[in-house]
Design a protein around this ligand. Structure first.
Ligand code: ADP
Length: 502
């Protein structure tokens, strides 16, 4: 089991309250599946419910040692299930890239020590927080096959981590998050498990404790099996529930210094992720500053926002002209538009053509020019686009957009090309242009038959332009129609081009 994001909410569960734990499989991949777990507590006196924390767990189905199991695909039914299903593929991608993300972060942007900015004087040598304990696996700790329960190991890990944390703060620490719990191999009844914990880094209000678990069977055994490692973030709260300032940690030389830096990198990722993902959709700033360290989460957010829009159940047909169908979706502060067609092209070819923004001017008259600013990775690119559309200030608009494209994860999935605005220090807004922003837009392309693909374009309009759009839906519909018609002609003209696929 592996958890990319387990976060304890602020709500404490008190004696006398009821805890509700809901778990369900969001998606089955090949032999692995993602399970979403949501914990809430309920006040029986007034019936109120509060979310406590949530986690995503990955389980792997194991068959005979030689045969890999192929799980039956799960078919999502409700809108919520469809969103979770679609986004699970994105979370998996992010999970698989996690180690590389940390590596990239350490090599590209040297982690700055925040020590200079700290006014706190007490310094604790990391060695003083070190904890080691040994547990013998007994039958109550294991399942019917004799394998130790993952939850039991996690509970022991939390124990040693809490002791290490309290050796730094000298009070009762509170666990905030657990990152990437990764069970590397099983352990059985009769094994001894060695738990080692130490504070890796202490920030102003939070600290990272690392725990490592090894197993051995006989006292004389030299080699130990590495079972698990995890990183837990703790805070120390005062009487008012406010986080206390923590002492500075002095890492041990060698591994200690490396872990100190890695903990800073993980904290940066956590904060970026919080900023980009956990804000409510409406609270996310239109353009998020792009940088090397938050690229994985920005790209996740970009694709997720589009996938969420695609999975919405309340799309209402607005117009149908020729082969183009237009739909609208009204939500609190957003009005979204979807226009779609079925055309004879290979879905992959349409995907390659539509994700190449440098060719967009061939069909979209709004794109006057488009410069590739940065090839982030194989599937993510940042472009600077200058549009012919005049702003209210009578200046041309320009945009800095992150384009994230995804091939289907399994059969039936669409190809996805998602766009969102980002800000880049190298491309600030200039007086000759009005800087435009787009929250979420993009294409979804489904292979319908061998020859036919369904191509849909989505655009989420923000509150600023909402009044304009609602009063001018007819005009908008006709403008979308002509642009999309040009898009189809472009696809038809180039459907046999040989695109070089990496
Ligand atoms: P890494 O060293 O890359 O962090 P490990 O799996 O070796 O990965 O260890 C995970 C965490 O467990 C470390 O970050 C550290 O906090 C803790 N740890 C590892 N070895 C020890 C040890 N001998 N004593 C105390 N804590 C340890």
């Amino acid at each position: 089991m592996e958890s990319p994001g387990y976060s304890c909410g602020r709500n404490k569960v008190c004696v006398g309250q009821v805890v509700n734990i809901k778990a369900k499989v969001n998606r089955a991949f090949n032999s692995s599946m993602e399970v979403g777990v949501q914990v809430s507590h309920e006040d029986l006196c007034n019936g109120e419910q509060w979310n406590v924390c949530k986690a995503y767990a990955t389980f792997v189905a194991q068959g005979k040692p030689t045969a890999k199991i192929k799980l039956t695909p799960l078919v999502p039914q409700t809108e919520e299930e469809k969103i979770e299903y679609s986004v699970a593929a994105e979370r998996r991608r992010m999970r698989l890239a996690h180690a590389d993300t940390i590596k990239g972060l350490l090599s590209k942007s040297p982690v700055q020590s925040e020590l200079e900015t700290r006014t706190c004087h007490s310094v604790v040598p990391a060695g003083e927080t070190r904890v080691e304990s040994v547990e013998l696996i007994l039958p109550p700790h294991a399942n019917h096959q004799g394998n130790t329960f993952g939850g039991q190991i996690m509970a022991w890990m939390e124990n040693v981590a809490t002791i290490a944390a309290s050796r730094l703060c000298h009070s009762h620490p509170t666990l905030k998050t657990i990152e990437m719990f990764h069970f590397r191999g099983p352990s059985q009844v009769g094994d001894r498990l060695v738990f080692k914990a130490i504070v890796n880094n202490a920030f102003k209000y939070s600290m990272e404790v690392g725990v490592c678990v090894e197993a051995y069977r006989h006292e004389m055994e030299v080699s130990r099996r590495h079972i698990n490692s995890a990183f837990m973030t703790f805070v120390a709260l005062d009487e008012e529930g406010q986080p206390r300032t923590l002492p500075v940690l002095k890492p041990e030389p060698g591994d200690g210094e490396r872990r100190f830096k890695e903990a800073s990198a993980r904290q940066k990722i956590r904060l970026d992720r919080k900023y980009v993902i956990s804000c409510k959709h409406t609270e996310v700033p239109l353009s998020v500053p792009w940088d090397e360290s938050n690229k994985v989460y920005l790209s996740y957010n970009n694709v997720t926002a589009l996938k969420t829009l695609v999975a919405k159940a309340d799309w209402v047909p607005a117009s149908e002209r020729d082969k183009f169908k237009m739909y609208t979706l009204e939500e609190d502060t957003f009005l979204s538009i979807r226009i779609e067609m079925t055309t004879s092209i290979d879905a992959m070819q349409a995907f390659l053509l539509l994700s190449d923004l440098q060719r967009r001017h061939e069909w979209d008259r709004h794109y006057a020019s488009c410069e590739l600013v940065q090839q982030v990775d194989k599937d993510d690119m940042i472009y600077h686009v200058i549009s012919q559309t005049m702003s209210e200030e009578n200046k041309p608009q320009d945009f800095v957009v992150l384009v994230s494209r995804r091939k289907p994860c399994s059969k039936g999935d669409p190809y996805v090309v998602a766009f969102r605005s980002v800000t880049l220090p190298t491309h600030p807004a200039k007086p000759e242009y009005t800087r435009g922003e787009t929250l979420c837009s993009g294409f979804c392309i489904w292979q319908e038959t061998d020859e036919l693909a369904k191509v849909a374009y989505y655009h989420q309009a923000t509150s600023g332009v909402l009044t304009y759009i609602t009063t001018n839906i007819a005009g908008l519909s006709s403008s979308f129609h002509s642009t999309f018609q040009a898009c189809e002609q472009f696809l038809q003209k180039n459907k046999d081009d040989a695109y070089i696929e990496e």
